[in-house]
Design a protein around this ligand. Structure first.
Ligand code: 4AD
Length: 463
């Protein structure tokens, strides 16, 4: 059994652990020689801070040519107080090298690397300070997500990854098929015959688990999903991925106001959890990634989110005196530049925009009485814009069926979704929180490609 570095550096009782012998295992970050001592910084990912290993002349197994940056080691030694009240250190008795790292070619030497470069070594970047910290915060956010919904009595459900229905109706689907592209089966009209495909119909990777979540909410009241979703949209931006994770709660007997309350509480809960449980990682982000992020997040937690209708926001944008790349008019989808102006400059806090034009939102959103807007809500936050999108769902059969047709969709694959409106339909609402956008918001990282282990985006599925 070996000890995780975290158990030493964050030991609840420092006095007790000093003098004890422990074995740690990890990767060498740096090596520094001084007279007859060598200081080796080792990290095992269990916490931000490296453990300083002090190699003395009597340490067994030490080979200076093998113990260098990137090598994997096991060190057995005695925990000691380092001079000047620094973190604890380990006085090595025995060092074993598991795997050497060739210093000529190891890409992660001590200097700071650009994020662009690190994306080309995505298999090694988790060894850097930034990616170690992002990974721990990502883990904490995932755990806090489950904690939040479990505390509220939501059931965690797992919708299918392969589906035959386009949840968003936007056609941004990756097809799943076993048909041989060289010689596909053909219909008499000469089209590809998907009835001969693996599932007997056209299938895709899911863009959202919402439709399935609605079926479960309409039986079990409060449910949530947390899984990968896929969009074949050709967006090369700092906030889009082709494969991203989404958290989708769905609540029966809930209207838009309940949905907004849940979304705001969720963002505040998970942010608080990270500040409370990832102090070292957050201190690093505060110093090296976004100065002042900790105060910014504390303010977010303390301040009620602003609420505004889409229509009011459009007026604000039109009166802003700003020249936007996309001029603003009622009925258009807001772009990132508009969202950021609203949350960063005008409201200066997270804002929930509601009641969007029905034509720019998905078919399943409940029509408002005005005939022009739907009971939709988007949560916008500084630096990113939209991190959550949700709505109250159309629970009336006739209205939903008419809307599916009006939006030019084939009602066939939605038969079961429509049927939910036939038997015990209830008002219900839900939202989707983009997990990677949430991580960007909490860490201050500028690019979504740097908050997921192996990003997928147009032109890139490496690693
Ligand atoms: O607004 P969206 O498309 O909503 C839905 O998919 C609904 N079915 C959700 C629901 O009501 N259950 O996506 C929801 C969120 C966005 O606010 C954004 O944070 C994230 O998912 N998102 C993306 N994140 C990264 N890359 C992309 N390409 C994303 N598209 C959406």
């Amino acid at each position: 059994m070996h000890t995780k570095i975290r158990q030493i550096l964050l030991a609840p009782d420092r006095a007790k652990i000093i003098g004890q012998e422990h074995t740690i295992k990890g990767w060498v970050k740096t090596v520094r020689g001084q007279k007859n001592l060598t200081f080796v910084e080792v990290n095992d990912g269990s916490c931000f801070t490296n453990l300083q290993v002090v190699v003395q002349p009597e340490t067994k197994g030490f080979d200076a040519s093998a113990v260098n940056t990137g090598a994997s080691v096991s060190v057995t030694g005695v925990v000691a107080q380092s001079p000047g009240n620094q973190p604890l250190e380990l006085h090595a008795n025995l060092i074993k090298v598991y795997g050497k790292a060739n210093q000529e070619s190891y890409p992660l030497q001590k200097k700071r690397h650009s994020f662009e470069f690190l994306r080309t070594v995505a298999h090694l970047r988790p060894r850097t300070n930034t990616f170690g910290a992002v990974t721990r915060v990502r883990n904490a956010l995932a755990f806090a997500t489950h904690l939040f919904f479990q505390k509220r009595g939501f059931l965690y459900i797992q919708p299918p990854i392969i589906t035959s229905a386009d949840c968003e109706g936007a056609g941004e689907l990756f097809r799943v098929t076993t048909i041989d592209p060289e010689k596909p089966p053909r219909t008499p009209e000469g089209k590809v015959d998907y009835t001969k495909d693996f599932f007997g119909c056209p299938t895709y990777l899911t863009v959202s688990g919402q439709l399935n979540a609605e079926a479960y909410a309409c039986a079990l009241t409060d449910v949530y999903t947390f899984g990968p979703t896929f969009r074949a949209e050709n967006s090369n931006t700092a906030r889009h991925l082709a494969e991203f994770w989404m958290i989708e709660p769905e609540m029966a007997f809930a209207e838009l106001a309940d949905n907004m309350e849940c979304a705001e509480s969720f963002v505040k809960f998970v942010t608080t959890y990270v500040l409370d449980n990832c102090a070292d990682d957050m201190a690093f982000f505060n110093q090296f990634i976004e100065t002042g992020i900790i105060d910014r997040l504390k303010k977010v937690i303390e301040t009620p989110f602003e609420h505004s209708t889409y229509t009011y926001a459009v007026r604000v944008l039109q009166k802003s005196g700003k020249t936007f790349e996309f001029p603003v008019e009622w009925g258009m989808d807001l772009q990132s530049e508009h969202e950021r102006y609203l949350t960063e400059e005008f409201f200066q806090k997270p804002v929930i925009l509601t009641d969007y034009p029905r034509k720019i939102k998905a078919f399943y959103m409940r029509d408002n009485m005005d005939g022009k807007t739907v009971a939709a809500m988007d949560v916008l936050v500084p630096k990113i814009g939209e991190i959550i999108g949700g709505s109250q769902r159309e629970e009336r059969y006739d209205e939903l069926e008419a809307k599916i047709k009006e939006f030019g969709l084939d009602p066939k694959p939605y038969w079961w979704y429509l049927e939910l409106r036939k038997y015990g339909s209830v008002p219900h609402s839900g939202f989707g929180a983009g997990f990677e956008r949430l991580i960007r918001f909490v860490t201050g990282l500028d690019n979504i490609r740097d908050v997921i282990p192996f990003p997928r985006f147009p032109g890139s599925a490496a690693f």
